[in-house]
Design a protein around this ligand. Structure first.
Ligand code: PEP
Ligand code: MG
Length: 781
């Protein structure tokens, strides 16, 4: 390889590829430019890019330098040849004598007989392979790890170009479809189809009950403030300006939007937490992205005004995100709209000042964007209802953190609501009442009264211990993921954290955070609970949790696949970095380490070995950490239940993860609605499993916390307490109700309940019995 290192070469080529993308408007052209560039930089005789067709089995040659030009367009199956092998194995294929490789296949059209060495690197869109970049040489050449790494970096860059092009293509198709249907509707109207009368006229007084998704629980009733009604449908009318002036306007607007975003980031980190403010950090990255600004500039070059160009490019991104299969990514389209709106405002010199909101308002919007909430005075907002949005939307996360009752996804809301409407938002059930009649208002007043009373009663016990009337002390801890959960945990009287799901700080980033970055996040959580235990669980990705920047193999059964600790043990680079991050943070509180999805003793021993090595490395580096950090495991596989006695001798504590334990015991995907009825915490096998683990922990003298959703139901917590569980970790808002039940039920009673339940043979019988008990307990003073 020439003088420069693989990393330098990768970086330099990457920069040039970025420039190429800016210059060209067509995928084919870009790929052709890339193969020329790579062949030159890596001094190879051949460089080719193959893309996988929609059938997922056929590779098509899209660009080549060095093979016959006529071969562009040839196809091959992924079961054939070395290029196919790279897709099949999802990995790098390298050889210095290709014809001797068992998978070698000669493709006559390519005229490649003189080529000996081969290096092929697949690239992925999310977790699926979408193509391969191949370099070849006539002489036998062994590609160095640095070269392989350089080509991998280039492959990664190509994947984003290809996915972007594909997405834009489908956006174009969708546009065509929409235009077709619009024309059809217009045609039908003209041929006399009945037309809907304008709904806006009577909107202010119209009565209706609409339903959506309950985003943040609680009720609120009051007058409305309607935000950005129909903003996206406004046609952009711009006066014509010289092109150079439009470029200048864009530059200034980008800078203004950037400064405003920095301001929003700061404001949200003060209002909520730094982790919540990370939303705006990703906005900043887009505003600073050369590709984004470049696309807008090229449209200006084509003759569009700056505002039109911004709207077009943002529209393409929004449409692209909206079509993503992953719900988290789909919700990122709202962030894109937010950025677009800020840019357009900056172009027009508009300043939004929603702080002028009147007191006690219910916000109605087509969609609420993170910056809407960030710039509002949350003290004046009593409720939120929107047409768009979902549980995962950033605005939803913020509404929950701010404790504002909210319902998102209410279809037809803006058509029906008027400026003088009176609205009730029920964030618990997901209902929105427009101009309800007196009886509904009274019913809600009653419910509101009860809710407030209950909240006050629960607040009253916040500082009290979770102790039964006969003196059994139970630990109530919180399950957390975001830094803003720390505040919610305290509001609900948590005595520490029983499960910190570290996937979340990883999800809000674009690449794996290094040990120092991780340590600073963990440190904040530890400092949020002074003197209290905080159990930090290592990455539990796979199954239903993915990281956009970490390619994951496509699996037929992801929950039975490469997930959780299995990923950590095979990607020890990531695992060790995380262990180091947690240990570095450990002196800042009472830190416990926890490992998910453990199946047996051998795994625990391997993990402990790795942990020791990481500790040794930190000692060598002079990095202090808590030598007493406790090591625990999640018992969530039936295998772990069966060997719980042995596992208990290896670790300091257990945490029973019933969410997974139920799914694995009953072979029921926890997210599959179709098998929902089989996912039953009352199945006797599940309850026997929990009992067995609690007994094993007690026998070995180690604590066992239960951290699955099951214990969020107060009656279940009582049952589990009767079975021997003395510590629960729950989503924080569920803690007060569970505490109340514990404070009301003597342990002796809970034990009798548990004995009876464990003797029953069917889930149905157990459910029926517990319903009866619940009524009795509820009736007791
Ligand atoms: C569990 O499996 O019960 C658990 C708490 O972990 P998670 O829901 O994160 O898989
Ligand atoms: Mg789990």
């Amino acid at each position: 390889m020439p003088e420069e290192t693989g990393a330098q070469l990768g970086l330099r080529t990457l920069e040039d590829i970025s420039a190429l993308i800016l210059q060209s408007h067509d995928l084919q052209e870009t790929l052709a430019n890339i193969v020329n560039l790579v062949a030159k930089r890596m001094a190879t005789d051949v460089c080719s890019i193959y893309l996988l067709e929609e059938d997922g089995e056929t590779l098509r040659l899209h660009a080549t330098r060095g093979l016959s030009r006529l071969s562009v367009g040839i196809t091959m199956k992924i079961s054939e040849g070395l290029t196919g092998l790279a897709v099949e194995t999802r990995g790098v294929v390298a050889t210095d004598n290709a014809p001797l490789h068992p998978r070698y296949k000669y493709f006559r059209q390519t005229k490649e007989e003189k080529v000996l060495s081969f290096l092929g690197v697949p690239f992925f869109e999310r977790n699926n392979p979408i193509g391969v970049i191949v370099v070849q040489n006539r002489e036998a050449r062994t590609f160095t790890p640095a070269e392989v790494s350089a080509l991998s970096t280039i492959a990664w860059q190509i994947s984003s170009i290809v996915s972007n092009a594909k997405l834009l293509d489908s956006v174009r198709k969708k546009e065509e479809e929409r235009a077709f249907y619009e024309a059809e509707v217009e045609r039908l109207k003209q041929t006399g189809a009945p037309q809907e009368s304008s709904p806006a006229k009577r909107a202010s007084t119209r009565q209706a009950m609409l339903s959506g998704i309950g985003i943040a629980p609680g009720f609120s009733a009051g007058k409305v403030t309607i935000l950005n009604r129909g903003n996206s449908a406004q046609p952009v009318v711009e006066r014509a300006r010289p092109r150079a002036e439009e470029h200048k306007r864009l530059k200034i607007a980008l800078e203004k939007a950037r400064i405003q975003t920095i301001y929003l980031e700061k404001r949200v980190s003060e209002m909520l937490s730094e982790a919540d403010a990370a939303i705006f950090h990703s906005h900043l990255m887009i505003l600073e992205d050369r590709g984004f600004a470049g696309k807008i500039s090229s449209l200006i070059d084509e003759g569009l005004g700056a505002q039109r160009a911004v709207s077009e490019v943002v529209g393409q991104y929004v449409a692209a995100f909206s079509q993503m299969a992953d719900p988290y990514l789909r919700e990122r389209s709202a962030d894109m709209e937010d950025i677009g709106r800020r840019l357009v405002d900056a172009l027009n010199g508009h300043q939004r000042s929603p702080d002028k909101l009147p007191e006690n308002r219910i916000i109605i919007a087509r969609e609420l964007l993170p910056s809407d909430l960030a710039t509002m005075d949350p003290g004046k907002v009593i409720g939120i209802a929107t047409e768009k949005g979902n549980l995962n939307a950033h605005a939803a996360i913020m509404a929950r953190a701010l404790g504002i009752p909210a319902v998102f996804g209410v279809e037809g809301l803006l058509k029906q609501v008027g400026v003088r409407s009176f609205v009730i938002v029920d964030g618990t059930s997901g209902c929105v009442y427009l101009n309800p009649d007196q009886s509904v208002k009274l019913e809600y007043q009653r419910l509101q009264g009860e809710y407030d009373q209950k909240q006050r009663a629960l607040e009253g016990i916040r500082e009290l211990p979770a102790e039964t009337p006969d003196g059994c002390r139970v630990n109530l801890l919180a399950n957390i993921g975001l830094l803003s959960d720390v505040r919610v945990a305290h509001l609900n009287g948590a005595e520490g954290v029983g499960l910190y799901r570290t996937e979340f700080p990883f999800m809000t980033r674009r690449s794996f955070p290094d040990r120092e970055v991780q340590a600073s996040v963990y440190q904040k959580v530890l400092e949020g609970f002074p003197g209290m235990p905080v159990t930090i669980r290592t990455l539990d990705i796979g199954g239903d949790k993915g990281l956009s920047y970490f390619p994951h193999p496509k699996e037929d059964n992801p929950f039975l696949g490469w997930r959780s600790i299995r990923v950590s043990l095979e990607r020890q680079d990531i695992f060790r970095e995380q262990l180091a991050g947690i240990l570095i943070a450990s002196p800042h509180g009472r830190c416990n380490l926890m490992f998910p999805l453990i199946s047996g003793v051998d795994e625990v021993r391997t993990i402990k070995g790795i942990l020791e090595e990481v500790k040794e490395e930190l000692r060598r580096d002079g990095k202090p950490f808590d030598e007493e950090v406790k090591v625990g495991i999640m018992v969530e596989l039936p295998a772990a239940v069966l060997v719980a006695d042995q596992l208990a001798r290896e670790v300091d504590y257990f945490s029973i993860g019933t969410n997974d334990l139920i799914q694995y015991t009953l072979a029921c995907d926890r997210n599959n609605q179709k098998v929902r009825k089989w996912y039953d915490p009352y199945h006797p096998a599940v309850l026997q499993a929990i009992k067995r683990v609690a007994d094993a922990a007690a026998g070995a003298g180690i604590p066992a916390t239960l951290c699955g959703e099951m214990a969020a139901e107060p009656i279940n917590a009582v049952l589990l307490m009767g079975m021997g569980v003395r510590s629960f970790s729950l989503s924080a808002p569920c803690l007060p109700r569970v505490k109340e039940a514990i404070r009301r039920t003597p342990l002796s009673r809970a034990r009798r309940i548990a004995d009876r339940v464990l003797a029953l043979e069917t889930a149905q019988g157990i459910r029926g019995y517990l319903e009866g008990v619940e009524k009795e307990l509820g009736a007791e003073p």
